[in-house]
Design a protein. Sequence first.
Length: 179
Amino acid sequence: MGRWSYSSRWTVEESKSISTKFLNKHHYFDGGVRWGGMNWSRNGEQTGSIGFTVSTVEGDEYVRFQYTQTDRNTEEKTELDYKVRIVSTPCNYGGRRWWFICPLVVNGCACNRRVGVLYLASGKYFGCRHCYNLTYQSCKEHDKRMDIFKKNPELLMSYLNSKNSSKSLLAIKAGLKYL
């Protein structure tokens, strides 16, 4: 377990998400219009569910999300039903890779970023991690490999002088903290 985090940013692990990888694995991109749903759970307890329709009809590619969101303060329920554009790119060895186009508007500018995963964090709508300013849990944790350099500066110097590039990079990262 890492030390207490100084960041109050939400993490992708705390957010509900849907990925093109999941949709592809379950054959939603195999052509035409398909519909389905998924559930999220934490510690064995269901925390949410969503219904969706996926259209890969040429010229009308989208994923339509349908879910109910409950405000935690007022208990007011909001029915949400909207489409997110999807696009595909060719793969080097055949086939296609599907992407979501982020539908969020931040500071008056449409994001329109091509992403493989959309998150539902602090807002009502799914969007990319950049729009929600999400981070990864691992970025909030202390790198325990650095502790040995703090206790042993000679080891830090030997790593800095090493011809092994991964050792040198680790030492540089530690050196910035402890020198």
